[in-house]
Design a protein around this ligand. Structure first.
Ligand code: SF4
Length: 363
């Protein structure tokens, strides 16, 4: 058994999160939500692999209609990800009202809520309050949202604090757990990427947190083709059973001196199915740069792509027919799926050359 922090119980469908209940492993469908057969198939595959919760993206009225049908055809506990629609709601109501609105809807329908904070999309005002400490901004953002829900008298919520770097995930979750030991935590390393590296990054974070009693549910986000999506659950269960048995496999630091490829796990918002293949090709093509401390981000869509690539040295985010290329926050243009690898290589070579020159000049 893993010794756990004393978090409160939060029921989500037939699963209860929190102390006294097993750490629930979850995953997210990468199928188009409107493709009901494919989505039901993937939800069932995740459930069969031991997934306690299955997340679905809902971005339109058509998705909502499909959701009703998916609900009818699967026994999986469904979690709805309203990312885009949530932003639309934000445009029409002040922040606190948006939270109250969500609380009212959750109460009326017997639902739990998740406060999800991603380092890449923390409110810029909050970031400005904690210069140079992204983790403090993330934690404050989560605490602020907890206060809104507490003030609204709603305690059926869990919190997630995610980043693509395990160190930040560990630090954010540790600080939050110290400040709010009562709130159940959903653990995840976002855009962990392709196995085996994606598994290593996730394992590093989860081992450090679970062994301190932190974490009530978890997701391993891996860039995998649809038929292998349920492997996220298999990996999550394996990490849990290893930690419970005291089998720690990872070195508890993540190597910062090497090439770091981050890629999103894909979901129904992917606009071109060549995304997973592209992420794999980027990994292959860039292998020659393995010894350079650079980060390349590969993201599946316009929802998170533009923002979540800002911190990467080179970022790619996929559109329906083109891939957008960035150097940090600067856009370098959009390129066809058949052109992008060659262009990326040119940019990567130029970055490596510039760094070598700078270090030669500094000698
Ligand atoms: S970047 Fe887009 S496609 Fe990838 S997981 Fe996030 S929302 Fe889904």
């Amino acid at each position: 058994m893993i010794k756990r922090n004393p978090t409160r119980a939060v029921r989500v469908g037939t699963v209860t999160l929190g102390t006294g209940h097993p750490v629930a492993v979850q995953s997210m469908c990468a199928t188009r939500t409107q493709d009901v057969d494919a989505t039901v198939g993937q939800a069932e595959a995740i459930r069969a692999a031991g997934g306690a919760l299955v997340r679905l993206a809902v971005d339109s009225a058509k998705d909502v209609a499909a959701l009703a049908e998916v609900r009818r055809q699967t026994k999986a506990n469904l979690v709805v990800d309203l990312q885009e629609s949530y932003r639309l709601a934000a445009q029409v109501a002040p922040h606190v009202d948006k939270v109250r609105f969500l609380v009212d809807v959750a109460r009326a329908h017997d639902l739990a809520l998740r406060i999800g904070v991603n380092c890449g999309s923390v409110d810029p005002e909050l970031k400005a309050r904690f210069p140079g400490d992204d983790v403090a901004a993330m934690v404050e953002s989560a605490l602020e949202h907890c206060r809104y829900l507490d003030e609204a008298g709603f305690d059926r919520y869990v919190v997630s604090l995610k980043d693509s770097h395990p160190r930040k995930v560990i630090e954010a979750n540790r600080r939050f757990a110290q400040a709010r030991p009562d709130v159940p935590l959903h653990l995840g390393v976002t855009e962990a990427g392709i196995p085996p590296e994606g598994i290593v990054k996730t394992r590093v974070a989860f081992e450090q947190l679970l062994s301190r009693g932190i974490g009530d549910t978890l997701r391993v986000s891996l860039t995998l083709p649809n038929p292998r999506k349920h492997e996220e659950v298999t990996v999550g269960l394996q990490i849990l059973s290893d930690v419970a048995a005291g089998r720690f496999r990872s070195v508890p630091v993540f190597d910062d001196d090497r090439l770091n490829i981050i890629s999103c796990p894909s979901c129904s918002r992917v606009e071109n199915e060549r995304f997973v293949e592209l992420a794999e090709k980027v990994k292959e093509m860039t292998a020659y740069a393995e010894r350079h401390a650079l980060t390349i981000a590969v993201m599946g869509c316009r929802v998170n792509g533009p923002g979540e690539t800002d911190d990467a040295d080179l970022g790619l985010w996929c559109g329906p027919t083109h891939v957008n290329l960035k150097r940090k926050t600067e856009s370098l243009g959009a390129f066809g799926y058949d052109e992008i690898l060659a262009r990326l290589r040119r940019e990567l070579d130029a970055l490596i050359a510039a760094r070598s020159e700078a270090s030669a000049a500094g000698r």
